[in-house]
Design a protein around this ligand. Structure first.
Ligand SMILES: [Zn+2]
Ligand SMILES: [Zn+2]
Length: 830
C-alpha cells in the first residue's frame, strides 16, 4: 500500500500532526489526503489509527494552512469530519508523502451505511467503452453496499459477502492503486470476477416446498451464505431454475415481464423488493392481494424527481432528500390527480412515498425501459415509468434477503425474480423520511443508508445494549460516547420478526465490535424484547434496567441533543405501560436523567374492548361520547357497526374498558366522531387521514374555550370532544365516502386545540421549574400540524422545543432512550 509522491527539497518547513476524527475510514479518505498532499507538494504520511486518520504533514506554514482548509472543504462524499486536532511536531528530513498501512492491532472503527450508486459509477456503467458497461454491481469507494454485506469488523473484503468472489487482475490493480477511485473499495467487482445477474422466470406457486427458509435462527452470516448449496460451491454456477444467463438478458426479460403486469422480486441492497408497474391498477391490486396489505400505502420508484412532478409536489427540501446519497423513501404531498394516475398505490392518504434509484440495477431497468438510450442525458429527463417498490415480505414478516429464502417465502407472491449472487448478510429496509413542519427531515423509519451511523452522546460509559419496545422495534448498542441504533426491525408480532431482533443484536455486536456491559429494556416484562434482554443479562451475568416507555421517548430526544440538565418532557404516543401498572400515552413529565416525575396526563379515554379499540376509531369515538355524558348517542351514530350496542353497554358498566390518556387514541376518537374513519387497517391511519384533512384549511386562531388544565395537572379536553361530537354526523352517512367540509373544519379545530393545549400545559410546567426547554417525543410528534403549533407556541413563551431528528420520534427511537437512561442509572450514579 506504500505509495509515494515525489517532492522537491525545501527549507524552513514546519511539520504538523493532524488527528482527524469522524467518519474517515472506509470512505476513501487516505487516497484523498494523498491527492491533496500531491497538489500542495507537501511531505509526510497518512494512516488509519484507533480513533480515525492520522496525518503528518510537512511544508511551509502557509501551505499547511491551505492543506488543512482543503481537508475540511473537499472531503470525500461519504466522509464526515467531526474534528481535527492539530499540533506541531519537530520537522524531519524533507521527503515524499506516503500512505502507510494501518498500525498493528488496528481495527477499522466503523463501517459505513449502504449508499446509492455515485455519479462516476453511473457514467461508467453507461459507457460502452468501459469494462463495467451495464454491470449491475458496479461500486466504488464513494458508493455501494457496506453495512448489509459485512459480517464483522475489521471492514475488509474477507469479512464481507464478496469474499467468495476472488478479484480479477484488473480489479486487484484498481484496489491497490491509491490514485484509483476504487482504492480499497471492498465490494469491488466487474463482469469478469463479480457475481452475474440471474433471471428466474417463474417462481413456484404458493405452498410448493423449497429448502432454505427453515435455516432461520442460525447466525446471520450463515443465513445469508450462499445460494442453497454448500458454501464452497461455485457461486457463478447457473441454478437449474435460472434461464441461460446469456439469453435472454435478465434486465430486458424483467422489463418485458413488468410491462405485462406481473410482480417481480428484485434484489436490492438490504433485501428484495416486490415491483410492479405503478400505473397498472390491476398489477397493483394483485400485489396488494398477495401481500395481504389492503390499504397500507406502497412507495414508488421514479427515475428522477422530475418524473414525479405529475403525481406529487416536490419543493427544494424534498428534492434534496430524494436525491441524497442515502436515497430514502420521502413522503411527498400528492397532486390532485395522483390517485387517478396511480390507482391503489396510496389510497386515502394525502402523501405519496417515493424514492429514486439507488442500485445500479434500478438504473439498468429504467435504461432498458427507455430503449437503451446512448449517453447519460436520459438520466435527467422525466420518465413516465413508475414502479411500485415494496419490501418483499409476507404480511408483517421481516424483509426477505436471500435467493433461496426468496424462492421459498415469496412463492405465490412474486411471479418472477431478478437477482444476483452477492449475499445480503443482514436485512435492512428502506428508510422513510418526511420533511417536518420546520422543513427539517424527520424519520418515520430509520434503516438503509443510516445504519450503522453513530449518534454522538454527551457522555462515555461502558457499553449498554437496549432492546426497544414492541412496535417498530429497534435495538441500540452504545460504544463510549456513541450510540448505534439498529435498522428498523418491525413489530414483534411474529416468530420471524423476533428471530430478526436476535439476529440484529448479534450482527450489531460484531460490526460495532463491543460486548454489552449492561442491558436496558421496556418496563413491560412480557414484551419479547424485554424477555430477550432479561435472558441475555442472565446468560452474560450483567445488570439490566427496565425503563418506562414514555421516559424513554423523552430520553431519546435528550440523547441526540446531548442535554444533561433536567427538562420538561412531553410524550405524545400510543399506549405504553406506566409505573402504576396502567396504560399511559399522553404524558407531561419532568425528566432528570435516570429519574422522572409524572406531572400530568391527558384526560383518559376508555378502550372499549381493550386492544381492539386501537384498531377501530369508532370505538374511541364511542368512548369519547361516554366521557361527555352522551353515551346514549353511541348506538345511533354507529348503527353500521354491529358491536355498537355491546360497546355502549361496556362503557356504561365499565366492563373490559381500561382507560388511557394516549394522545394516539385521542386522534382515533376525533377521526371516529367526525366520520373520517371508523376502522384503521394500519397503525396511525386515522391520524394521518385527519392530518391530511386539516392541512386543507387554515387552522383556527383561538381555542382556549376548548381545554383547561386541572389542579392535579390533568389536561382536560372534554370541551373539545363536545365540539367534535356536534360537528360530526349524528348517524352513518350511507354511501358517502368523501369526508365533509364540516369534518375538515373539525379536523382543523382538533389540531389547533391539541397544539395550543399542549403548549400551555408544557409552558406552565416549564415556568414552575424555571426551565427553558421542552423535549417532546412519541409517535404523535410526526404530526406536522401539532408539532408546528407547539413549536411556535413555545417559542412565543421563550421556550425551545427539542424534537427527534436522529431517530424516529415513534417507538423506533425507544432503544436510544432506554440506553441513555441506563447509562445514567447504572454508570453515573443516577
Ligand atoms: Zn461509485
Ligand atoms: Zn474484476
Amino acid at each position: 500500500m506504500a505509495a509515494v509522491a515525489k517532492q522537491p527539497e525545501r527549507t524552513h518547513e514546519q511539520r504538523r500532526r493532524l488527528s482527524v476524527r469522524g467518519v474517515v475510514q472506509g470512505v476513501g479518505f487516505r487516497p484523498f489526503v494523498f491527492r491533496l498532499a500531491s497538489r500542495y507538494r507537501i511531505g509526510g504520511h497518512v494512516r488509519n489509527d484507533g480513533s480515525g486518520v492520522l496525518i503528518e504533514a510537512q511544508g511551509p506554514a502557509t501551505t499547511l494552512d491551505a492543506f488543512e482548509r482543503a481537508l475540511r472543504a473537499e472531503a470525500p462524499p461519504l466522509a464526515r469530519i467531526d474534528g481535527i486536532d492539530t499540533r506541531t511536531v519537530p520537522a524531519q528530513m524533507p521527503g515524499d508523502f506516503e500512505v502507510l498501512p494501518s498500525g498493528p492491532g488496528h481495527v477499522v472503527t466503523a463501517i459505513g451505511p449502504d449508499t446509492g450508486v455515485c455519479d462516476a459509477c453511473l457514467r461508467e456503467m453507461f459507457d460502452p467503452r468501459e469494462r463495467r458497461w451495464r454491470y449491475p454491481l458496479i461500486n466504488c469507494t464513494h458508493c455501494g453496499p457496506r453495512f448489509t454485506i459485512t459480517r464483522s469488523l475489521p471492514y475488509d473484503r474477507a469479512r464481507t459477502s464478496m469474499a467468495r468472489f476472488p478479484m480479477c487482475t484488473d480489479c486487484e490493480r484498481e484496489y491497490r492503486d491509491v490514485g484509483d477511485r476504487r482504492f480499497h473499495a471492498e465490494p469491488i467487482a466487474c463482469p469478469r470476477c463479480g457475481p452475474p445477474l440471474r433471471w428466474i422466470d417463474a417462481l413456484p406457486p404458493a405452498g410448493a416446498a423449497m429448502r432454505a427458509g427453515d435455516r432461520r435462527g442460525t447466525e446471520p452470516g450463515e443465513i445469508a451464505a450462499g445460494g442453497g448449496g454448500p458454501r464452497e460451491a461455485d457461486p457463478r454456477e447457473a441454478d437449474p431454475r435460472a434461464v441461460d444467463p446469456r439469453d435472454p438478458d435478465p434486465v430486458s426479460a424483467a422489463v418485458a415481464r413488468l410491462r405485462t403486469g406481473v410482480v417481480v422480486a428484485i434484489k436490492g441492497l438490504g433485501g428484495f423488493h416486490l415491483a410492479c408497474e405503478a400505473r397498472d391498477a390491476r398489477a397493483v391490486s394483485r400485489l396488494r392481494e398477495r401481500k395481504q396489505r389492503e390499504e397500507k400505502p406502497f412507495a414508488v420508484l421514479a427515475l428522477n424527481a422530475a418524473s414525479l412532478s405529475g403525481v406529487a409536489d416536490i419543493d427544494s427540501v424534498d428534492g434534496e432528500l430524494l436525491a441524497g446519497p442515502e436515497r430514502p423513501i420521502v413522503l411527498l404531498p400528492k397532486r390532485p390527480d395522483c390517485d387517478a394516475q396511480l390507482a391503489g398505490v396510496a389510497p386515502g392518504l394525502h402523501w405519496l412515498g417515493a424514492m429514486l434509484p439507488y442500485t445500479p440495477l434500478h438504473y439498468l431497468l429504467f435504461h432498458e425501459w427507455l430503449g437503451r438510450p446512448a449517453g447519460t442525458g436520459w438520466l435527467e429527463a422525466p420518465c413516465p415509468w413508475l414502479l411500485v417498490m415494496t419490501s418483499a415480505n409476507p404480511h408483517d414478516e421481516p424483509l426477505v434477503c436471500n435467493d433461496d429464502e426468496a424462492l421459498h417465502r415469496l412463492a405465490g407472491i412474486a411471479d418472477a425474480m431478478l437477482t444476483h449472487g452477492r449475499d445480503i448478510v443482514v436485512r435492512c429496509d428502506d428508510t422513510v423520511v418526511r420533511s417536518g413542519s420546520d422543513r427539517k427531515p424527520q424519520f418515520l423509519r430509520r434503516a438503509r443508508g443510516q445504519t450503522p451511523r453513530a449518534i454522538a452522546l454527551s457522555r462515555a460509559t461502558p457499553p449498554v445494549l437496549a432492546t426497544g419496545g414492541w412496535l417498530k422495534n429497534t435495538v441500540c448498542l452504545t460504544r463510549g460516547d456513541e450510540a448505534f441504533v439498529s435498522q428498523h426491525i418491525g413489530d414483534l408480532d411474529t416468530a420471524a420478526t423476533r428471530a430478526f431482533l436476535e439476529e440484529s443484536v448479534a450482527h450489531l455486536r460484531k460490526v460495532i465490535a463491543v460486548e454489552p456491559a449492561a442491558l436496558a429494556h421496556d418496563l413491560h416484562p412480557d414484551l419479547h424484547s424485554s424477555r430477550f434482554a432479561a435472558a441475555l443479562a442472565d446468560e452474560m451475568g450483567l445488570p439490566r434496567l427496565a425503563v418506562q416507555h414514555h421516559h424513554a421517548h423523552v430520553a431519546a430526544v435528550l440523547a441526540e441533543h446531548r442535554v444533561d440538565e433536567p427538562v420538561v418532557g412531553l410524550a405524545l404516543d400510543g399506549v405504553g405501560l406506566g409505573t402504576d401498572g396502567a396504560a399511559w400515552g399522553g404524558e407531561l413529565l419532568w425528566v432528570d436523567g435516570a429519574r422522572f416525575e409524572r406531572l400530568g396526563h391527558l384526560t383518559a379515554l376508555r378502550l372499549a374492548g381493550g386492544d381492539r379499540a386501537a384498531r377501530e376509531p369508532w370505538r374511541m369515538a364511542a368512548s369519547a361520547l361516554h366521557l361527555i355524558g352522551r353515551g346514549d348517542e353511541i348506538v345511533e351514530r354507529f348503527a353500521d357497526q354491529p358491536a355498537a350496542p355491546t360497546v355502549a353497554t361496556m362503557l356504561a358498566r365499565g366492563l373490559r374498558s381500561p382507560a388511557t390518556p394516549s394522545l394516539g387514541r385521542w386522534f382515533d376518537a376525533a377521526a371516529g366522531l367526525l366520520g373520517v374513519r371508523a376502522l384503521s387497517s394500519f397503525e396511525g391511519q386515522a391520524a394521518m387521514a385527519l392530518e391530511g384533512l386539516a392541512a386543507t384549511l387554515a387552522l383556527p386562531r383561538r381555542t382556549d374555550a376548548l381545554w383547561r388544565i386541572d389542579d392535579d395537572g390533568t389536561l382536560d379536553l372534554r370541551s373539545l370532544l363536545v365540539a367534535l361530537a356536534d360537528l360530526g354526523p349524528a348517524a352513518p352517512r350511507a354511501g358517502e365516502r368523501v369526508p365533509t367540509q364540516r369534518a375538515a373544519w373539525g379536523a382543523a379545530l382538533f389540531h389547533a386545540t391539541i397544539g395550543d393545549a399542549l403548549t400551555a400545559w408544557a409552558a406552565a410546567a416549564a415556568r414552575r421549574r424555571a426551565c427553558t426547554r421542552v423535549a417532546a417525543g412519541g409517535g404523535c410528534m410526526l404530526n406536522a400540524l401539532v408539532s408546528r403549533r407547539l413549536r411556535d407556541g413555545l417559542a412565543r413563551e421563550g421556550i425551545e422545543l427539542l424534537e427527534a431528528r436522529a431517530v424516529p420520534p415513534n417507538d423506533g427511537g425507544l432503544s436510544l432512550g432506554q440506553a441513555w437512561v441506563a447509562q445514567r442509572a447504572l454508570f453515573q450514579g443516577g
